[in-house]
Write a protein that binds this ligand. Structure first.
Ligand code: AHR
Length: 538
């Protein structure tokens, strides 16, 4: 999606309005802050003003916003999760233990599988039964490689149980049949006596699984069948009829929504099928200033490319607001949720790797972009109830990179770990007046923030400083709260291209943050340039 298209759209809270709201609050509160800008070696700290309404939160930030997506693509499933029972890499029933442990630490709430584009050419019956007799197929979307079907329904649902997360399965509309989809849901979730439930038992699983979410197709405007919105909406109505809730498993049916800007698609699908869905999806990938043929390097970039990613990442705000506006019109009671079930950065594949495998490194730049996306989802938690970063291991904006028995955590993983304090917490509304991060003739807001209050009453604020050069002073008021204790953590590095490698796995990792002070109820924070910070206020 081109940013020029998004520029025409309104941002949800226009800066002028933010400034007015801020000043009104500041006057009532009776304080005016003096600018504390200071200079150090040409680096200027700008003062930003933040008011967090700790007593006004009404929306819960669904933990599923911190969800993940894993596709049969490159080395995401094979090598990333699945090494097989005979592997020398420590595993439980073929699934690598180190990856499961790492994902449990970020409390992964939900995992979407098997695609992506792969979902609309996946025939689940080829992935059950004795592994040695499962037929192989060609993964035509992703590198034309052989897909052995060694990892299928039983392996995926075992993985979800090992992770302690919900399963989100994407069904095949593009090349599948209604019967095939109906059988799959019955196979997984029916507890009674039926052909499919008995087949599951014969394959070693007596108890039905819990499958909370089921997607009816994926990107059916593109790789999932190149359909029109009208045609898909009608097919959706037909397919979803046979996606049943069996044996106490209440399944949430998810309709395929748009990729970035496609307001016609979401409008038509909602108008024609709104009674039959629990949620509709949205996909949004971002990159630097390149195009889809040359997206740019994940690790070799300059400040122009840094700025381009920050600007492109911020497009998530108008995109969410415009889609939610459409949803509010067609579904005014707010029954249908928005799931951003694919999002993240997309760079050129690492040199020397199969371009069809979408293997990319992950730098501090990806981490700041991730922090902005998650802040945006938090602040739109009224409608956004799930989001799934693409993808968990070794593909696109991954949490985890593996090489044989080695595994490293990416800067993006660390953002998910720092932000887990927001899971199921109450989103706190805020007013922010902030300086610009200017590059050439262009500018974007320099900082991005979200805040929540957890069940024990602790307040968490996550702040991103988009500016790679200038630190930012943030003067933060929390009306009605008397902070007694503040602590923090920061993710940053000296170099904007900093990333973790198999030789140096801890170049980018969170550190204790003490760049704040508390005086007369006012919290003053000095955000380092190019950083993500989480504060805990008790
Ligand atoms: O995540 C990679 C691909 O991006 C997915 O398969 C598809 O849904 C999207 O276009």
């Amino acid at each position: 999606m081109k940013y020029s298209e998004l520029k025409k759209l309104k941002f949800g809270v226009v800066p002028a309005k933010r400034i007015l709201v801020f000043f009104a609050v500041a006057l009532i509160a009776g304080y005016v802050l003096a600018s504390t800008a200071e200079s150090a070696k040409g680096e200027e700290a700008r003062t930003n003003r933040l008011v967090i309404h700790a007593d006004k939160g009404t929306e819960t930030i669904s933990r599923d916003i911190y969800g993940h997506f894993s596709e049969h693509l490159g080395r995401c499933i094979y090598e990333g999760f699945w090494v097989g029972e005979d592997s020398s890499i420590p595993n439980t029933r073929g699934i690598r233990n180190d990856v499961v442990e790492a994902l449990k630490k970020i409390q992964i709430p939900v995992l979407r599988w098997p695609g992506g584009c792969f979902a609309d050419e996946y025939h689940w019956k080829e992935g059950i039964g004795p592994r040695e007799s499962r037929p192989a197929m060609v993964n035509t979307h992703w590198g034309m490689v052989k897909e052995t079907n060694a990892f299928g329904t039983h392996e995926f649902l075992d993985l979800c149980e090992q992770l302690g997360c919900e399963a989100y399965i994407a069904g095949n509309v593009g090349s599948g049949t209604v019967e095939e989809m109906q059988d799959w849901v019955e196979y997984m979730t029916f507890g009674g006596d039926s052909e499919m439930a008995n087949l599951r038992r014969a394959n070693g699983r007596d108890k039905p699984w819990r499958v909370k979410y089921f997607g009816v197709g994926n990107e059916n405007w593109g790789c999932g069948g190149n359909m029109t919105a009208e045609y898909y909406a009608d097919l959706y109505n037909r397919f979803q009829t046979y996606v049943r809730s069996y044996s106490g498993n209440r399944i949430v049916k998810v309709a395929c929504g748009p990729g970035s800007i496609n307001y016609h698609w979401i409008t038509v699908v909602l108008e024609r099928a709104r009674r039959n869905m629990g949620a509709i999806s949205l996909h949004h990938y971002v990159r630097g200033s390149g195009n889809w043929t040359r997206k740019g390097s994940a690790t070799k970039f300059d400040d122009k490319e840094w700025f381009a990613l920050m600007k492109n990442t911020l497009t998530i705000y108008p995109l969410l607001e415009n889609n939610i506006e459409i949803m509010d019109k067609i579904d005014p009671r707010g029954r249908i949720d928005l799931y951003v079930d694919e999002w993240g950065t997309w760079w050129d594949a690492e040199p020397g790797t199969n371009p069809g495998f979408l293997y990319q490194q992950n730098t501090l730049r990806d981490a700041v972009s991730c922090g902005i996306f998650l802040n945006a989802f938090n602040k739109h938690s009224r409608r956004v109830k799930m989001a799934n970063i693409a993808q968990t291991n070794n593909v696109l904006q991954a949490m985890i990179l593996t090489k044989g028995e080695k595994m490293i955590l990416t800067p993006t993983y660390h953002v998910f770990e720092m932000y887990k304090v927001h899971h199921d917490a109450t989103m706190l509304p805020m007013d922010l007046e902030c300086a610009d991060y200017q590059f050439g003739n262009e500018k974007v807001p320099a900082i991005d923030v979200s805040a929540s209050k957890d069940k024990s009453g602790k307040i968490h604020i996550t702040l991103c400083n988009l500016d790679p050069v200038n630190p930012a002073d943030v003067a933060c008021k929390l009306p009605g709260v008397e902070p007694a204790k503040v602590s923090g953590r920061v993710l940053t590095a000296n170099d904007m291209t900093a990333h973790n490698t198999f030789d140096k796995p801890e170049v980018v990792k969170p550190a204790v943050f003490d760049g704040f002070s508390l005086s007369d109820g006012m919290l003053t924070v000095k955000l380092p340039a190019k950083s993500v910070v989480v504060l805990e206020i008790e």
